[in-house]
Write a protein that binds this ligand. Structure first.
Ligand SMILES: [Zn+2]
Length: 250
């Protein structure tokens, strides 16, 4: 999965301005005798360290903050994992870096979960292991960091957060010109008319109903993997607000 696919789903902020990015990256790899995956380097170069896509925290070998600096986080995480293994040996089913093939952290999230590589095999094929300490524990995903994040945004990998990634759709309620907010798994809500839907199924049923009643509304949605997704705003009728207002008069 390429970085291009992720950039379409999650537009990068502004390109982070880092002097000597490549030289400093190489220096890190040399000092720590540790090659890092190419896709991760491109990801850090594109999105910068820290908050990514409103939820994830990307660590970087170049970060100054001890909370984001790859080497600093790795040392802390290794201590934490060793402690976990010491107190409950069954909970950590993977080796821990610097053990061969051990877990090595590349990111976190706003809910306090950690994301690792399993450093076994060729660097560019290291799988991702997510760790939710207060929940599902460790779960392995056989894909790169970039493919993992893309999978989450496509709804193919379940995020460790309800309501993520957020989706915004035109509210399918008669006479409402607002936007409904929700996610693949969570509930939906429209701030304009205060209507609530329990889940995506209810939202899709609601959209089907309004399209049957008001065919022009179909232009606000596209069908994607059997679900309704937002259509590009250029596809919506130019006089959308007027059309909605006309619904009031019926
Ligand atoms: Zn509404």
């Amino acid at each position: 999965m390429s970085l291009a696919a992720l950039k379409k789903l999650v537009p990068p902020p502004k390109p982070p301005d880092v002097d000597d990015f490549d030289a400093r990256w190489k220096e890190f790899e040399k000092t720590h005798k540790r090659k890092l995956p190419r896709d991760y380097r491109d990801l850090v170069r594109t999105y910068g360290e820290g908050l990514l896509a409103g939820f994830y925290l990307l660590y970087s070998p170049l970060a100054e903050s001890p909370w984001l600096n790859l080497a600093a986080v790795q040392e802390r995480e290794t201590q934490d994992l060793l402690q976990l293994r010491g107190s409950s040996p069954d909970r950590c089913p993977f080796p821990i870096y610097p053990e061969p093939g051990g877990l090595y952290p590349w990111g976190g999230d706003e809910n306090g979960n950690t994301y690792f590589w399993l450093t076994s095999g060729p660097t560019n094929t290291w799988p991702v292991v997510q760790y939710e300490p207060r929940g599902t524990g460790f779960l392995r995903h056989d894909c790169s960091v970039t493919a993992f994040l893309t999978g989450v945004w496509k709804g193919e990998i379940q995020a460790l957060a309800g309501g993520y990634p957020p989706i915004t759709l035109r509210c399918p309620i008669e006479t409402c010109a607002g936007w409904a907010k929700g996610s693949a798994a969570g509930p939906w809500y429209c701030e304009e008319c205060s209507y609530e839907w329990n889940d995506r199924e209810e939202m899709d049923a609601s959209i089907e109903e309004i399209i049957a009643a008001r065919p022009y509304r179909a232009k606000c949605y596209v069908q994607k993997d059997g679900r309704y997704a937002p259509a590009p705003s250029s596809k919506e009728p130019k006089n959308y607000a007027e059309l909605i207002e006309a619904e009031l008069e019926d």
